[in-house]
Design a protein around this ligand. Sequence first.
Ligand code: MG
Length: 374
Amino acid sequence: MPELAPFAVGQHNSRGRRLFEHAPSGRTEFQRDRDRIIHSTAFRRLEYKTQVFVNHEGDLFRTRLTHSLEVAQIGRTVARSLGLNEDLVEAIALAHDLGHTPFGHAGQDTLNACMKDHGGFEHNLQSLRVVDKLEERYAEFDGLNLCFETREGILKHCSLANAAKLGEVGERFLLKQQPSLEAQLTNLADEIAYNNHDVDDGLRSGLIDIGALSGISIFARHLEEAQRAYPALTERRMIHETVRRMIGTLVTDLIQQTRANIAVVNPETLADIRSGGELAGFSPEVRTEQQELKQFLRLNLYQHYRVARMTTKAQRIVRELFEAFMETPRLLPPQYQEKARGDKARAIADYIAGMTDRYAIIEYRRLFSVEETG
Ligand code: MG
């Protein structure tokens, strides 16, 4: 690994694991975290969970798995270039969406509404719950026993009420402190990844078109650049040449602006990063362009009537599953029935949140269709 900046997370300044384990040989503690995440059940399920497009709508769209890989790729590039801990960034990126429900935000919002009187449901908190508790693989502990810095990065946002219950990993929300720079930049790598792949998937699905996107400055200027370089290119390749340029611009801007922010503040240690302001960021110009693109995607893609139809179906599936299990816990698989003898609503939320899109659809049919069984 190239030499790390003095304020990067390393083994010397890590707060370590909740349960002590001997250091791994042949890999760093954060590589071990990454490896545990990749081998987890929740990670494999990301393949069949989606954000905007539901899995069976087409094989070409991003899933949460390919999204997480793209976040890791972008994040590692930025981390390496700034002398930060690439392994930590990769671990956070691969784990950041583990707690997502089926059907993207529609599923999350519905489950949160169902859990209103039972402590609510937040996907960031659920991702942490997956790695701290829900994975049942190791003899000595529940969860994956990850390092503090990986857990801190997974918990991007959190309500103050929940932060107060989380102990060490929730403290920064109460103290208004920052997480590591690695966590900060992974969050922005996430934003770069989803804005760009939603443009790409949105165009491929036909829900948005190049004409409408040409009014959006960040897309327009990179499209022009690609057209100037390759006037005769087919549309499919032109879109890719545009999107790769947008990603390139955003990654370069993130590196340059963050480097400039670091130069102003001149942090010497990881403690300086935590107690200072947010250092990872885009330049004001690029930030404005990103906002414009996000607004466009919200109005034209996320609120498109065809997406809205699926959203409504997703809400119905999640809500009706939740209600049926609450009313009749005997419908749950045996291991969840046992958990439901404690906090019933939370056990049901964990079961539903763990479902893939297609599993939720199958489970819905099993419970509500008289024709199909099995
Ligand atoms: Mg994400």
